[in-house]
Design a binder for this molecule. Structure first.
Ligand code: GDP
Ligand code: MG
Length: 163
C-alpha cells in the first residue's frame, strides 16, 4: 500500500507548487476522478524505491457551512478521511492568518498525523520564519521552499518514516 499524503491549507500558500515538485516527471500520474473528487488532484511521488500518493486539495475549507461553501467543507472532511498524513501548508512571508487558525482548529481534531509546513522560506532564517506558527498548536513547524526545493526532501523523509 502506498501511503497517502494530503496537502491542505488556505489558497495561495503553495500547495500546487509542492504537489508539482513531489510528482513531476512521474509517468504514473493517477487519473483524477470526476464528481465528488473534482477539487483534488492525485499524483505519485517517489523517494528511493518508495512510492507514495500525493493529493493536492483546492477549496479546502473546513469551516464553510452553506451552498458551495458547504461542499467545500465536505471536500475537506473527505481529504482528511483519505489521508495517512496531512501536510498543512502556511505562508512564511505572509505570516499566520485567521484562516490558518480555522484550518488548524479542524486539523487538531483530525485522527491523523499533521505536519505543519511553513512554505516560501527561501532566503529567510528558517527558525525565525517558523517560530510564530508554534501558536497553531500543531507541533514544530517545518520550513521549506516548494518553489526552490529547500527542505522538501527532509520533509518527505520525515513524513514517510512511520510507514
Ligand atoms: P495553492 O493555492 O496553495 O495551490 O498555491 P500555489 O502553488 O498556486 O502558489 C501560490 C503562489 O505562491 C504562486 O505564485 C507560487 O509561485 C508561489 N509560491 C509557491 N511556493 C513558493 C515558494 O516556496 N516560495 C515563493 N517565494 N513563492 C512560492
Ligand atoms: Mg492550488
Amino acid at each position: 500500500m502506498k501511503p497517502t499524503l494530503v496537502l491542505v491549507g488556505r489558497p495561495n500558500v503553495g500547495k500546487s507548487t509542492l504537489f508539482n515538485r513531489l510528482t513531476r516527471s512521474r509517468d504514473a500520474l493517477v487519473a483524477d476522478q470526476p464528481g465528488l473528487t473534482r477539487d483534488r488532484h492525485y499524483g505519485i511521488g517517489r523517494v528511493g524505491e518508495r512510492d507514495y500518493l500525493v493529493v493536492d486539495t483546492a477549496g479546502f475549507d473546513p469551516v464553510a457551512k452553506d451552498g458551495i461553501m458547504h461542499e467545500m467543507a465536505q471536500q475537506a472532511e473527505q481529504a482528511i478521511a483519505e489521508a495517512d498524513a496531512l501536510l498543512f501548508l502556511v505562508d512564511g512571508r505572509v505570516g499566520m492568518t485567521p484562516h490558518d487558525q480555522q484550518i488548524a482548529e479542524r486539523l487538531r481534531r483530525a485522527d491523523r498525523p499533521v505536519y505543519l509546513v511553513v512554505n516560501k522560506a527561501e532566503g529567510m532564517n528558517r527558525a525565525v520564519a517558523a517560530s510564530e506558527f508554534h501558536a497553531l498548536g500543531l507541533g514544530d513547524p517545518l520550513a521549506i521552499s516548494a518553489s526552490h526545493g529547500d527542505g522538501v526532501k527532509e520533509l518527505v523523509a520525515l513524513v514517510l518514516e512511520p510507514f
